[in-house]
Write a protein that binds this ligand. Sequence first.
Ligand SMILES: [Zn+2]
Length: 127
Amino acid sequence: MAKDEYLSDEEVDTLKALLDEQLASMLENTRENVNTLTETREAESDPLDVAVTESNRDFTLRLADRERRLIGKVKHALQRMQDGEYGVCESCGEPITYGRLMARPVAAQCIDCKTEAEQLERRAQVF
Ligand SMILES: [Zn+2]
């Protein structure tokens, strides 16, 4: 495998800055969501409001759940960066292209493995 297929130090730095930024803004969002939850709980009064609040809360919790998973992915990517494994596909060990990582810095698989995993996932959902 050619050495230049791997990320250069500057490329890793650029991607690290992206991940750090993403992590900071997600942590900020999560804090805001928690605040919103606490506020709406206090404001419950008429039954219609309560119903709206309940569905808002469901939505917020679902969102928070997704956010938490994404935060985990970002942390995982930063950890792999520290270990010097970042930018290498977790499934096949081939380098992940810089373009793919710029579009999706948390990517842990090359596009081929990702596509395959998604196809398997979709098939699993059908049955
Ligand atoms: Zn792969």
